[in-house]
Design a protein around this ligand. Structure first.
Ligand SMILES: Nc1ncnc2c1ncn2[C@@H]1O[C@H](COP(=O)(O)OP(=O)(O)OP(=O)(O)O)[C@@H](O)[C@H]1O
Ligand SMILES: [Mg+2]
Length: 240
């Protein structure tokens, strides 16, 4: 479905991403794991049309995404939830959701979309008239994901949805992602919360200093001692 080939991103002299290749099959959840500054947001931003790469290709079916403008990507069914959420803090929850239903193919389905979002995040249904900027970090993340879902996407790009959230809220976000996944949506997620992400994803890529340093089925990576040391913070311990 998505095929990234030899993608390179430079900011002036700084090379943020070097010859990165990855693919995402329809209906799967793929994770990109990496430390701060590894190039995760740059990679996701390039796929979502926010960052212009200096080399490589991004193919979505037969379409070269690098030829499209950000709003055309959303029409194609690609929705990015950026790092830091990017919601409209002065508008209500309901207004934020409505703004997500902008693509032509999403407008007709916006009532159904809203129902789906409220089923996934009951808290948003209760708080639909609340000004989004007054909500907690976790609730704002739900608004951001909900708004992306309102665009009726085929593929959801998530940049660190658990960033800055308390562990219990992280769990809430991941359980919502599990439910979103079950709807068959294709998901590409960038995360530092490696363990929770590998529990959910089908496949993962490891990004270190702008280069893909490894990849494999999530299950395999979860049990790989080198991955555990570098990304999961500690030795593999036997389940007791
Ligand atoms: N607009 C920019 N101009 C200059 N340098 C940038 C820009 N955006 C990112 N960088 C640099 O590129 C590198 C990769 O940044 P990126 O944001 O992609 O990393 P990341 O993996 O998402 O990090 P984090 O986990 O902190 O979000 C960093 O060294 C960063 O300083
Ligand atoms: Mg980032």
């Amino acid at each position: 479905m998505l095929e990234v080939r030899d993608l390179t991103i430079r900011y002036g002299k700084h090379v943020a991403l070097q010859d990165a290749s990855l693919s995402v099959s329809k209906g799967t959840m793929v994770a990109i794991l990496g430390a701060n500054g590894a190039g995760k947001s740059s990679l996701l931003g390039a796929i979502g049309g926010r960052v212009r790469p200096s080399g490589g290709e991004i193919l979505y079916g037969a379409q070269n995404l690098l030829e499209l403008k950000p709003h055309e990507l959303v029409e194609k069914g690609i929705a990015l939830v950026p790092e830091g959420r990017g919601i409209f803090p002065g508008l209500t929850v309901s207004e934020n959701l409505s703004l997500g239903a902008n693509p032509v193919h999403a407008r007709a389905k916006s009532d159904a979309g809203r129902e789906q979002v409220f089923t996934l995040f009951p808290k948003l249904a209760e708080r639909r008239t609340q000004i989004a900027g007054t909500m907690s970090g976790g609730e704002q993340q739900m608004v951001a994901i909900g708004r992306a879902l309102m665009s009726a996407p085929e593929m959801l790009l998530l940049d660190e949805p658990s960033l800055g959230l308390a562990p219990i809220v992280v769990q809430e976000v991941f359980s919502a992602l599990r439910r979103i996944r079950q709807t068959g949506l294709t998901i590409l997620i960038v995360e530092q919360n490696a363990r929770a992400t590998l529990d959910l994803a089908d496949h993962a890529y490891l990004l270190e200093a702008g280069r893909i340093s490894g990849s494999g089925p999530a299950e395999t990576l979860r049990n790989d001692p080198a991955v555990v040391r570098a990304f999961l913070g500690g030795a593999v311990t036997a389940q007791t």
